[in-house]
Design a protein around this ligand. Structure first.
Ligand code: ZN
Length: 218
């Protein structure tokens, strides 16, 4: 049993997902070095590292969009469970930072009012730990919840998503988003960047749904 003083000076970390104590520091915990979630929760993260292309741009998806990940992202995004933000990338942040070294991170935007309600932008919070230069180059002019729309309607996102005025774009851009579904958001951003002369673009997303795999990628 720890004394109160011991607990205050060295509290047992608590899992940000299930709220159980993170105990039993073993080789698994050391190797996976994620102090945010317990081993039981971490075992359910399903990293896949899927490489794919979006309009000729190299893209990487880290996780399977399974029910577990869906629930976890919803907790952060929809239930404002801010504490979960670091649990997604923590195991890979060093390697990812090196891999994307020199790139400026541009997040897929949320509608500004949604960010205000939430108190934070979940995409920025997830990818912040990569410590890349952040540029919020795009804005979304209306609330546009992708899951509410069918495939054809989603394509209209280009009417709601645009580059902010007077943005100075860097040469190397890493576009980031939480979920890649139809790719219409990414395609809109890639096309706008290319129109403005950016040629070195990469894409990094947390999860990619299976939907896109059924379509022919060009
Ligand atoms: Zn847990």
């Amino acid at each position: 049993m720890k004394t109160v003083f011991q607990q205050l000076s060295n509290p047992t970390p608590i899992c940000k997902n299930c709220f159980n104590d993170i105990t039993g520091l073993d080789i698994f915990s050391f190797v996976h070095r994620n102090p945010y979630v317990c081993r039981k929760c971490l075992n359910q993260y399903n990293p896949k590292f899927i490489h794919f292309k979006v309009d000729g741009v190299k893209a990487l998806s880290l996780y399977d969009y399974d029910n577990y990940m869906k629930d976890l992202i919803y907790k952060l995004k929809g239930c404002f469970d801010y504490e979960l933000k670091n649990s997604f990338l923590d195991m890979y942040k060093t390697e990812l930072s090196l891999y994307y070294n020199g790139y400026t991170m541009i997040p897929a935007p949320s509608y500004i009012e949604d960010d205000k309600t939430r108190g934070f932008n979940h995409v920025i919070e997830i990818f912040k730990s990569l410590k890349l230069t952040l540029l919020e180059a795009f804005e979304k002019s209306e609330h546009f919840k992708q899951s509410d729309h069918n495939f054809k309607e989603r394509k209209k996102i280009k009417n709601y998503l645009r580059l902010k005025e007077n943005v100075v774009l860097p040469n190397k851009v890493l576009l980031v988003d939480d979920i890649f579904t139809t790719g219409s958001t990414m395609r809109t951003m890639i096309s706008a960047l290319k129109e403005h002369g950016v040629t070195n673009i990469k894409v990094l997303v947390l999860c990619k749904t299976q939907l896109i795999e059924k379509r022919k990628e060009n």
